[in-house]
Write a protein that binds this ligand. Structure first.
Ligand SMILES: C[S@@+](CC[C@H](N)C(=O)[O-])C[C@H]1O[C@@H](n2cnc3c(N)ncnc32)[C@H](O)[C@@H]1O
Length: 253
């Protein structure tokens, strides 16, 4: 451990389950690292891009705005939607999986007070270096790990989210299962991902792009069906352009 431990990182460390805590280092760059020098898997072009320092440096100001336009989201106020869907406020614990350079995490933290903390979680070191540089705050901290095995006990968080990432990862449904596992009963989950639209030939083009670049297109009902099967309630889906926003509540029992 180094002396880069600040208040927000300290609160994030306290949320990590004891067996996983053994691997934790708080780095001078300002985030908690549970992976260390082990390489993150990068089997697709999309994943290699997310592990690049160049992409991390331009992600928030250039890469994402282009992605937003490609998804048809230019009219959508995603931050306000996230705050509403997650019912943010007070001293909640919020988990932002696949946070990239923290472009949502810092905003989520800004809606909290007291001991409230938004934990940005990502597998890419360059993304988290950028997050710690640009988007740290007293309510936003960052942890490096694999979203397919979240290092938190069941029910740790009041709200969990994953934006603009499930279409890039090889096991998106494992990540969703993990998000639901670490959400407390009564807590809120929100995701934003791709959505198949239009006639069959459009879907065919989307599938080819998917195979080539590792960017997957999900059916409209894919996540609502998963949420229903997991027993979640208050399930809502909005389709904007070729993106879908799906949110729900974990039942109290
Ligand atoms: C396009 S960025 C999304 C950033 C941000 N959530 C947003 O809405 O702009 C996708 C992120 O997913 C991360 N990622 C990919 N596989 C992951 C995994 N197994 N666990 C955690 N993060 C992962 C990448 O490193 C990348 O930072």
């Amino acid at each position: 451990m180094t002396n880069a431990l600040d208040g927000a990182n300290h609160r994030a460390l306290q949320l990590i389950s004891p067996p996983n805590l053994r691997d934790a280092a708080v780095l001078d760059e300002g985030f908690v690292d549970l992976i260390g020098s082990r390489e993150a898997p990068q089997p697709t072009i999309a994943q290699r891009a997310m592990n690049s320092s160049v992409v991390a440096a331009i992600y928030e100001r250039l890469w994402r705005p282009v992605g937003v336009a490609a998804l048809g989201l230019w009219k959508t106020d995603e931050h306000t939607k996230a705050a509403t869907d997650l019912r943010l406020g007070g001293n909640q614990r919020v988990l932002d999986v696949a946070c990239g350079p923290g472009n949502f995490t810092k905003f989520l933290g800004s809606r909290l007070d007291g001991d409230g903390i938004a934990v940005g979680f990502d597998i890419s070191r360059p993304m988290l270096v950028q997050a710690a540089r640009d988007n740290r705050s007293s309510h936003a901290a960052y942890v490096r790990g694999d979203g397919r095995r979240l290092p938190f006990e069941d029910g740790t968080f009041d709200a969990v989210c994953c934006y603009a990432a499930l279409y890039l990862v090889p096991e998106p449904f494992t990540i969703v299962d993990e998000l639901i596992r670490v959400l407390r009963p009564g807590g809120r989950i929100a995701i934003m991902t791709s959505c198949a639209r239009g006639p069959a030939f459009v879907s065919k083009v989307q599938t080819v792009a998917s195979d080539r670049f590792g960017v997957r297109t999900f059916d409209r009902d894919e996540f609502t069906t998963i949420f229903q099967a997991a027993g979640l309630t208050e399930i809502e889906r909005e389709v904007h352009g070729v993106a879908q926003f799906v949110s729900a509540t974990k039942p109290l029992r």
